[in-house]
Ligand binder design. Sequence first.
Ligand code: GTP
Ligand code: MG
Length: 424
Amino acid sequence: MFVDRVKIHIKGGNGGNGMVSFFRAKYITHGGPDGGDGGRGGDVIFVGDESMGTLMDFRYKRIFKAGNGQDGGKRNCFGKDGESITIKVPVGTVIREAESGKIMADITKHGEEKILIHGGKGGKGNQHFATPTRQAPRYAEQGRVAKEYDVILELKLIADVGLIGFPNVGKSTLLSMVTNANPKIANYHFTTLSPNLGVVEGRYGDSFVLADIPGLVEGASEGVGLGHEFLRHVERTKVFIHVVDAAGVEGDDPVENVRKINQELEAYNPELLKRPQVIAANKTDIPGSEENVERLKAAYENEGFAVYPISAATNTGLDELLTKVAEILKNYPEDIVFEEEYEEYDEVAVDQEPFTIDIEDGVYVVKGVGVEKMIGYTNIDTEKGFAFFQRYLKEKGIIEALEEKGIGEGDTVRIYDMEFEFWK
Ligand SMILES: Nc1nc2c(ncn2[C@@H]2O[C@H](COP(=O)(O)OP(=O)(O)OP(=O)(O)O)[C@@H](O)[C@H]2O)c(=O)[nH]1
Ligand SMILES: [Mg+2]
């Protein structure tokens, strides 16, 4: 089965901690600080791979962690950097942060790489903290904790041509006749539940990729009949072959049916109706369809949709239809790509997200991504750790902000699950 949406967990590698150590050798009792730096954590990288057609691989492996940096060692030994991991995804994969739904990346080309999480920086060893007045620093920096996210991978097909239309009109039959794809074909609705792709070899011009998209129904744009899932795929095809049952086998009116599908396209995304579309009036081997073909022409040709009578089952009229489609593709503006519009995801900006200070029952409550993380990787129970944390609060302007809010000596500050009294 075709999997086109999965949730996975990714985590960058943490930086290794800096080391506290002092040079020791015979006859030297008070050697200088020689604690090495921690290694950098590994990155989490996504790369487009055209040999992958689905997100199937992610059904079994859902957690991806880059390697942590090693802690620094004695005698200036640097910790080794953690290993980065590269996650291969099919071309056309959109990566969203699960919680906010924000798009973090859109992989549209083979070989395109995107670093989603940078590994945490390694902490500096104590040798960096020596000053003329403090020659034996007992402090080393902790490694930075890397980010982790639940992300949703969503595959949006990128095909040149998409077959759209109501269920059971013969889309899969058409695909099977003009490509080497072998989709399931049957006389009932929703035979196709996930897109099938085939390549139309260069008989009509350049080869192109044809996608058989599951049947749409009225209300698809509001999500009826998995409408959203299916319309997502429609969005990324350049040209539509709109297949309609010209014989009206199910007793409905083909002219109306074309209108209904186009209304769904428009309601989902008005851009879709601006894309080139040709109407394939199918099942013309069934007597009585000629009249409907003429009605379709009368209704749509002056709207710019060419109508081609075909019979997918008996391979009639397909050459003319595909020649036309190949010609449209040939003249297609090159610079049109169907990428998601999204703001570049900026890890650094998120890192510097501002903090908030609220006063609740006389307690000064500080919140913010940065401080929360800082608490996560500082051991505030030790005096050194606490001093380090205080320095952080000062550097980030949090102390100043607290004072602006009117904090006095001895007032209580709460930062997540930590509380302390404020003393200058
Ligand atoms: N007589 C006739 N029957 C056709 C023709 N094309 C398809 N059919 C039949 O119509 C039925 C539906 O065909 P499919 O190709 O599965 O239709 P579909 O549009 O892919 O349907 P969904 O996957 O459910 O959306 C099958 O029984 C086909 O044999 C045609 O040109 N003439
Ligand atoms: Mg089908």
